[in-house]
Design a protein around this ligand. Structure first.
Ligand SMILES: [Cu+2]
Length: 279
């Protein structure tokens, strides 16, 4: 009961179909991999060590997906064209058989691919990103979200409620994130990894900016709320500057003591204040 031929056409005809599909698959895969290269270069450049890990994972998955999509689409289109009903043909389709070697091979390969990407780049990437939690001497930046603005405090430097997020290049930052009202999400697109800001909760996000950049140069380097939080959500942004360590110290000294809005009172329970405080 192990005759290889399944359909009505006979073994020889199917072998030819397989070769045609294989040739198309190889061609489209090569073409796809060639085209995906320039596409990936259009991807906005990351500006953090962790962001590069995240980008590498996405690029790997996009490259991996090319032969998979190619195979599925080619099989589908080829079958539709090759085995279509011709004019005047009214008979039934050939009886469909279940299982067989191809089905099990298909199942085995898809399962293996799925499991493999859980480990690489999944687990390996996460471990790489989580290394930042153990960075020595991270810079603490308290991030407070509220409808519809962000405030940044640097407790080690005595800076409170800054409206611009200034970060030194090359030093891991421990963002301590919370919200005063509803759920927001702290996101700097070029740093890549985001974290929800949740009232009553304090969450940590460790990121290491590794490129000098600013909102002016690169709009992807801005704080953008990434959780729909009301009518002002889209405008809930803040400028970001990643500067050299010496410039950061100069900025901190400039800010020192004279906080942007010292008159606003203490952090946690100030009621929502007017939109623009001071430019
Ligand atoms: Cu929002």
């Amino acid at each position: 009961m192990s005759a290889p031929a399944g359909g009505a056409g006979g073994g020889g005809g199917h072998r030819r179909d397989l070769w045609i599909v294989a040739a198309w698959w190889a061609g489209v895969t090569v073409l796809g991999e060639i085209l995906v290269g320039p596409l990936l270069r259009l991807y906005p450049e990351a500006a953090s060590r962790e962001g590069v890990v995240s980008d590498d994972a996405i690029f790997y998955l996009l490259r991996l997906v090319v032969p998979v999509v190619a195979l599925v689409v080619i099989l589908l289109v080829y079958s539709m064209v090759r085995f279509r009903a011709r004019a005047g043909e009214v008979g039934d389709a050939p009886a469909q058989a279940r299982g067989g070697r191809w089905a099990f091979a298909w199942l085995g390969v898809s399962a293996a691919l799925t499991v493999s990407v859980i480990f690489y780049p999944g687990v390996t990437g996460l471990l790489e990103i989580w290394k930042s939690k153990t960075a020595v001497n991270p810079l603490t930046v308290e991030v407070v979200a509220q409808q519809w603005e962000w405030r940044f405090s640097y407790p080690e430097l005595g800076i409170e409620n800054a409206e611009t997020l200034v970060l030194p290049k090359g030093r891991t930052v421990d963002f301590v994130i919370t919200s005063r009202d509803v759920i927001h999400s702290f996101w700097v697109p070029s740093l890549r990894i985001k974290k929800d800001a949740i009232p009553g909760e304090t969450r940590h996000l460790f990121l290491t900016p590794d490129r000098l950049t600013s909102t002016e140069e690169d709009p992807m380097t801005r704080v953008q709320c990434a959780e729909l939080c009301g009518i002002g959500h889209a405008r809930m942004r803040a400028d970001v500057r990643v500067v050299a360590p010496a410039d950061f110290e100069a900025w901190a000294a400039e800010q020192g003591g004279t906080t942007a809005s010292a008159a606003e009172g203490s952090l946690p329970s100030t009621p929502a204040r007017a939109q623009a405080v001071t430019p």
